[in-house]
Design a protein around this ligand. Structure first.
Ligand code: NAP
Length: 253
């Protein structure tokens, strides 16, 4: 595939996300606390997480390693950043989820599987084939430095916030929830989603890759509506929910 065809594919993929956005603002994604039986057959939650997230790791690694672009140190840094995130998401995070009785609709798993397949392919192809980082100086470029800092900060926030929730889940009954408190939970209902968005925004900046930019767009399109849904749900469920806490962006949204 040449880079022009690739770029057109990425643009279509990002436009698809933008078109879906109004729909996702209206329809609550039916997994986790919003799970319902209305979306057809359901499956084991843990298995669903592994199956739907693994393509983002496996396809990415395969396409990157078989790509015929130059593999310099920076490409390998980006490769490692992706692999760290997705090894955790596909093979560590699912085994830390405690809510064994939780089910996920098969259709949700299939949609996420497809998304991760395409996303893993596009990002692996770009980093494995386009020698965009061959030019000298990128390591000290402000885009690389700022992007790397955002990626590391976003990943840390995402892991910290997920960890906080998983610890709560450990001591609660299935289906029981409490208000998370402390750290970034003082400011927003979903710091895990905020961290994920910042992380992939940073990745797009540091790789200067159209594929990573499309992934950033998708992450916002997926997680902003989910954060709004969680936030409304918390406010309905807990009369004492902190009124100054926002959904996703401190003091703003
Ligand atoms: N890049 C993307 O497009 C994308 C898309 C989706 C998810 N993700 C990432 O995947 C991870 C998980 O997403 P998610 O939507 O499943 O997150 P979530 O709804 O916040 O749930 C995370 C875990 O914490 C538990 N939990 C949440 N709030 C709780 C509370 N108040 N009390 C007790 N337990 C609570 C949940 O249990 P229950 O299941 O019982 O609610 C679940 O096991 C996040 O890091 C997210 O950023 C990324």
């Amino acid at each position: 595939m040449d880079i022009y065809l690739f770029t057109r594919l990425v643009v279509c993929w990002a436009l698809f996300a933008v078109l879906l956005f109004p729909l996702l603002l209206k329809v609550t994604a039916p997994y986790g606390r919003h799970a319902t039986m209305k979306w057809g057959p359901v499956m084991n939650n843990r298995a669903a997480w592994v199956i739907m997230e693994a393509p983002a790791l496996l396809v990415f690694v395969f396409v990157f390693l078989t790509g015929n672009g130059q593999k310099n140190t920076l490409n390998l840094v980006f490769f490692l950043a992706w692999v760290v995130h997705y090894t955790h998401r596909s093979f560590v995070y699912p085994f830390r989820i405690r809510n064994h009785r939780r089910k996920m609709p098969v259709v949700v798993m299939l949609m996420a599987f497809f998304f991760n397949l395409v996303n893993g392919f596009l990002n692996g192809w770009y980093l494995g084939n386009a020698a965009a980082y061959a030019f000298p100086g990128w390591l000290f470029d402000v885009r690389f430095l700022a992007g790397a800092a955002l990626f590391a900060g976003g990943l840390s926030l995402n892991w910290w916030a997920d960890n906080r929730l998983l610890k709560l889940r450990k001591v609660l009954q299935p289906g029981e929830y409490i208000i998370p408190r402390g750290g970034m939970y003082r400011y927003v209902s979903c710091p895990n989603f905020l961290g994920e968005i910042v992380e992939w925004g940073g990745f797009a900046l540091m790789t200067w890759s159209p594929a990573a930019l499309s992934f950033f767009v998708w992450t916002v399109v997926n997680l902003l509506p989910r954060a709004l849904d969680h936030h409304r749900w918390y406010r309905r469920k807990f009369a004492d929910y902190p009124s100054d806490r926002k959904a996703l962006v401190p003091f703003v949204l």
